[in-house]
Ligand binder design. Structure first.
Ligand SMILES: Cc1ncc(COP(=O)(O)O)c(C=O)c1O
Length: 355
């Protein structure tokens, strides 16, 4: 028994689309491409040619950064596409289910609905700083569970799951369900990535993205890191040529010459701002709670959160409402020093208006 058996039976042996062969320095009359390139589109790979079916070189670079083998990694159009693909390959419509914590990133629910998979939610309590109880989470799993989603650090609460707790969940889901750990914000966390656990657990899947700490949200580039059989089925289901030449080259450029290492300074700066902002936010009399965060945002509970948000918006500062899920809660992203300073001015102005 392996994780492959948890994948939809009709997909377990799916082979990828057979794309036209791509060989350098040949006359390519095998893909119905145009023989001329359009003006103003200067890329290393000419735009009249299809991109690689899967970006090989970029895959190697990302695998090196994330610490896995290239054949454990599938590059996706943002991790959002990875979430969609995972639910599609593991869940049969009307039969299978996913388990998530709540509150968490809404895309797990969204794509489960699109696929017709049942959603079981394990609530994490604000009074316990949204800590996930592995026993409670596992009690939500049954024979229909195909994926357990764990967002760590979690959006919108900012807390992380301890590695030992994850290992317990992985162990108890072995041969039953995939455990997807969404590490979209891991670069801001003091905890390391859990990618290395893939060697021990074939049911672990890790999601990484260039959208957050790597400042490439506009490029739409994420990675699903999984056991090889899972990666193969994901790649077979994903559209061929999913990543366009401009995106691949722009990301290659961004990562060239230690781009990932250079981001460390920016990340350190955000962490410093995070400490400063948390302290300052907690000082406002209308702020009732600022939860500790391992990510680049905070969940804040404020008296009359709607009025706080409206005041911020009226002064050109947007923050995100979570009041539908959590009474009076707002998520605030840690911005640049100037942006944070402006946020604090606007909030001070709001506090003044209450006096
Ligand atoms: C937890 C989490 N996962 C994934 C994503 C999506 O990231 P991407 O831009 O890679 O699709 C987000 C975006 O906000 C997120 O908060």
């Amino acid at each position: 028994m392996s994780i492959l058996q948890c994948i939809r039976p009709e997909l377990q042996s799916l082979r990828p689309y057979q794309a036209a062969e791509q060989v350098d320095d040949t006359i390519r009359l095998n893909a119905n491409e145009a023989p001329w390139t359009t003006a103003g589109a200067a890329y290393r790979r000419p735009l009249n040619r299809y991109p690689e079916v899967r970006p090989g070189r970029l895959g190697e670079v990302l695998a090196g950064i994330y610490g896995c083998a290239p054949d454990n990694l599938v590059i996706t159009r943002g991790t959002s596409e990875g979430i969609d693909l995972l639910i599609r390959i593991f869940c049969r419509a009307g039969e299978d289910s996913i388990v998530t914590t709540t509150p968490t990133f809404s895309m797990y629910r969204h794509y489960a609905r699109v696929q017709g998979a049942r959603i079981v939610e394990h609530p994490a309590a604000p009074e316990h700083d949204f800590a996930i109880d592995p026993d409670g989470l596992l009690a939500c799993c049954d024979d229909s569970t195909r994926i357990v989603f764990i967002c760590s650090p979690n959006n919108p609460t900012g807390n992380s799951l301890a590695r030992a707790d994850l290992q317990e969940i992985l162990e108890r889901c072995r041969n039953r369900a995939a455990v997807v750990v969404d590490e979209a914000y891991i670069e801001f966390s003091s905890q390391p990535s859990v990618v290395d656990l893939l060697e021990r657990y074939d049911n672990l899947v890790v999601l990484r993205t260039l959208s957050k700490a790597l400042a490439c949200a506009g490029a739409r580039c994420g990675s699903v890191i999984a056991a090889k059989p899972v990666a193969q089925v994901l790649a077979a289901v994903q559209a061929p040529y999913a990543l366009s030449t401009p995106v691949v080259e722009c990301v290659e450029n961004a990562l060239a010459d230690g781009g990932f290492d250079n981001a460390r300074d920016w990340i350190a700066g955000i962490k410093t701002e995070r400490t400063h902002l948390a302290r300052r936010l907690a000082e406002f009399p209308f702020v009732d709670r600022v939860w500790p965060s391992d990510a680049n945002f905070f969940l804040v509970r404020a008296d009359n959160a709607g009025a706080v948000m409206a005041h911020c918006a009226a002064h050109g500062v947007l923050v995100r409402s979570f009041t539908n899920d959590l009474a009076d809660c707002i998520r605030i992203t840690v911005g640049s020093r100037d942006e944070n300073r402006r946020l604090l001015e606007v909030l001070a102005d709001y506090a003044e208006s209450l006096r």
